[in-house]
Structures are given as C-alpha cells and as structure tokens.
Design a protein around this ligand. Structure first.
Ligand code: NAP
Length: 394
C-alpha cells in the first residue's frame, strides 16, 4: 500500500439528531484496510433517499448519520490483494492510485457515505470510469445508485435474467415489463438495462415531455401519467395489441412484470393495483410514500408495502418491496456488478448517465441543503441533482 498524505479529518455532512437538519462535521479519514480504497470525492449526488432520511428519519438507528449513497473522485491510496481486483478483457488493469472512480455505497456508514471529502470504500463498491466515455465524474456520479437498483429490482424482485457476460444469443424476449415512473432516475436506468438484455416489450409511464427520450432508450410505447385517462389508454393499447396477436391468446397476466419506480401510495400504487392481475409481479421502490415531504411538513411512509391504506391488489398479484441496500446478498453481483459489469456497460455505450443538474451553493453544507430543498419541491424531472464536494479537483 502506498500512503499519500491525506488529512486526519475532513468535512462530512451528517444528520446530528432526530428531526434536525444536516450539519457539517469533521469526520475521521480512515486508512484503507485490505481491499479498500481511500478516495478523494469530487462530486456526489442527492437522491430522494436523502430527503427520506433527513425529513422523515427513515430507518435510522443511530446519530450522527452520515448521508450520501454515491461518490465520484480519485483514488488516493489503496491496499489491494493481488488477486482481488477482477480483471476482464474490457477492464484489464487493476485499480490503482490516481484512477477516476465512482460507486454506490451505504449511507449511515461513516467510512463510505458519499457526502464527505474522503471515503474509504471496499473495492467491490468501486467502478473505474472508462477512458473512452464522452463524460466525466460529474455525470458518472448519477449512475451507480440507481443502476445497481435496476439490476437488483429486475433480478432479485422480478426474477428476470440478466446473464453476464451476456451470451450473443441471449434475448430477454417479448414479455411485457411496465415501468411506471420511466423518467425517474431508477426508470431511466431500468429501461436501458432491459434494452441491453433484449427485453423488447417495455411500456413506460412518464410525463409526455420525456416520451421521445424513453423510446430512444428502449421503451416500445409510452403513456402519460398526468393524463387522467392513462389507465384506460393502457387497457385500450393492450386490447388492440393482444387482439391482433398471432399465435393464440395470452396465457397468464397481460403484463407479467411491473416496476414501480416511485412508490407513491396515490401516484403509483393505486393505479398499478388497477391494472396488475393474477400472475403479475410488481417491484415497488421503498419506502411507500403516503405523504411526500414539503416545506414544514414531515413525510409519512407506509409501514408495510403489502398493506397500504386504500390500495387493494387483485388475488394472485405478487408485490415485492425493493431494498437495494441488500444487493450484496447476490454474491455474483457483489463481486462483479460495480467493478466489472458497470464499467463494461459504460465503455460499450450501453448505458447513458442521467442528465446532471448542478446544485450551486457557497459551501458544502449550503449545497447539501439546496439539494434537499429541490427534492422537497419535487423539482427534478428526468435528471439527477449533483454537487461538488471537494473544491480543488475537476
Ligand atoms: N428501496 C430502494 O432500493 C430504492 C432504490 C432507489 C430509489 N428508491 C426510491 O425510489 C423513488 C424514486 O427514486 P429516483 O432516484 O428515481 O427519483 P427521481 O429521479 O428524483 O424521481 C423524479 C421523477 O419522478 C417522476 N414521478 C413522480 N411522480 C410520478 C408518478 N406519479 N408517476 C410517474 N412518475 C412520477 C417524475 O417524472 P416526470 O418527470 O415524468 O414527471 C420525475 O422525473 C424514491 O422514493 C427513492 O427513494 C428506492
């Protein structure tokens, strides 16, 4: 391990106590243990989870709670066992100091949470930015959290196959997958993953202004959830498609797979409960939000995704709450998803980052607060909020 000078402490954004807004704390800089990297963070991004943590104290067992599920920056030092870094033909150099990297990490973990100037991260949570992509760390930081979410929801919750390396002959096929919230960050990555693995019958639900982009990324057809007749339009589309279908009637659910990328009781679960039918699987991004946070209003979450007030599923619908922080339970994804699969997909141009919307502010804390305020206002639309962490790096 090479030791490069790094400060003993550094600024980190934390929630200090229940119902208190984020503050800046001087946190310890941790020297890497075996198979960990110390990374100087240039960019992070804010996701709705930060708002759920901050305004709703969602699933926080102790304070101070270190915020941030993604980082992008430069490897300062690392301790890598020689056999540890999985090299492939697309990723043939082991991780090294100076590499530009990004990753999805667990917030609440003081070593790795993303809203701090230095993170110390196990190398299986690090992706190298491929040299050939036409974007930098600012855009790359939008990728890891919800690209990992897309893999986890499609495989662990819906049971769809995403074999890696993808065999040349593999085709996901024409089973329908409906993505409600296609323009959310989760939706944008899920649609792209399905396209890469050859799932050709993706239905996306999003505001009309995003439809062209969603079709380009892989959706076969789009519907606008802001249209009060959206459910009737989907039904009409299914009737028409299935009526003209060669090879006899559909067996089982007309839409066997759903991804609810939003998890809103009134905005998504209720409408989905009207179109899911016996045999449908519905992966719901947790938490289920009964009341969204707003200025001066704490959010309210459903305690159990299977029993949400006012949402009645038909018999035979399987509802699965998505918990991406558990993605490491799949040992293959634990080892390969961030170090190998994600960089390879980016290098091939199979995945485009979300549009990065830069949140300004004079200080680290101000940028964190400004991003939370934009999330309270539900301002992001087809984009990810990103902000600078350390000032002295590009
Ligand atoms: N449990 C987990 O593992 C997990 C993982 C990732 C995310 N999540 C959760 O999933 C949710 C989404 O996360 P995100 O990062 O993707 O959020 P995001 O990108 O910030 O979501 C913003 C988008 O939501 C869309 N939207 C809002 N209400 C909608 C509705 N009723 N129907 C369709 N689209 C709607 C908007 O679409 P338009 O622009 O089209 O209006 C907007 O583009 C958050 O609550 C997050 O915490 C959970």
């Amino acid at each position: 391990m090479t030791i490069v000078a790094s400060p003993k402490t550094h600024p980190s954004i934390v929630l200090p106590a229940p119902s208190s807004p984020p503050v800046l704390l001087q946190a310890a800089t941790h020297t890497p243990n075996p198979n960990e990297a110390l990374i100087k963070v240039t960019w992070t991004c804010s996701t709705p989870l930060d708002l759920h943590r901050s305004d709703g104290n969602l699933a926080i067992s102790s304070f101070p709670f270190h915020l941030g599920t993604a980082f992008a920056g430069t490897v300062i030092s690392l301790w890598l066992r020689p056999t540890r870094w999985p090299t492939t033909s697309l990723n043939d150099q082991p991780l090294k100091e100076g590499d530009k990297v990004f990753g999805f990490v667990s917030d609440g973990n003081e070593r790795e949470a993303g809203f701090q100037e230095y993170v110390t991260v196990p190398v299986h949570k690090v992706s190298k930015l491929p040299a050939n992509v036409p974007y930098g760390l600012k855009e790359a930081v939008t990728i890891p959290t919800n690209l990992v979410t897309a893999f986890h929801a499609l495989t662990a919750d819906l049971g769809l196959r995403l074999p890696w390396p993808k065999p040349k002959s593999f085709r996901g096929g024409d089973k329908r997958v409906l993505i409600w919230g296609g323009a959310s960050s989760v939706g944008l990555y899920t649609i792209q993953v399905l396209k890469y693995w050859g799932y050709t019958n993706v239905i996306a639900v999003a505001s009309g202004k995003h439809h062209e982009e969603l079709r380009r990324l892989g959706a076969r057809v789009c519907f606008d959830y802001r249209n009060s007749r959206v459910l009737e339009e989907i039904e009409r589309y299914l009737d028409k498609e299935d009526g003209s279908r060669q090879g006899g009637p559909i067996v089982g659910a007309r839409i066997p797979y759903f991804v609810d990328c939003i998890g809103s009781r009134d905005g998504t679960l209720r409408p989905l409960s009207e179109i899911a039918e016996r045999g449908s699987k519905v992966a719901v991004m947790l938490p289920v939000i009964n009341v969204h946070a707003a200025e001066g209003r704490r959010p309210v979450f459903a305690a159990d995704e299977h029993n949400v007030e006012g949402v009645v599923w038909r018999d035979g619908v399987e509802v699965k709450g998505v918990r991406t922080l558990n993605y490491e339970e799949n040992m293959f994804f634990r080892e390969k998803l961030q170090p190998v699969i994600i960089p390879a997909l980016l290098a091939q141009g199979a995945i485009q980052p979300n549009r990065a919307r830069v949140v300004e502010g004079a200080t680290l804390l101000e940028r964190a607060h400004n991003a939370l305020q934009l999330l309270r206002e539900q301002s992001p639309s087809g984009e990810r909020l990103v902000w600078r962490v350390s000032e002295d790096e590009r």
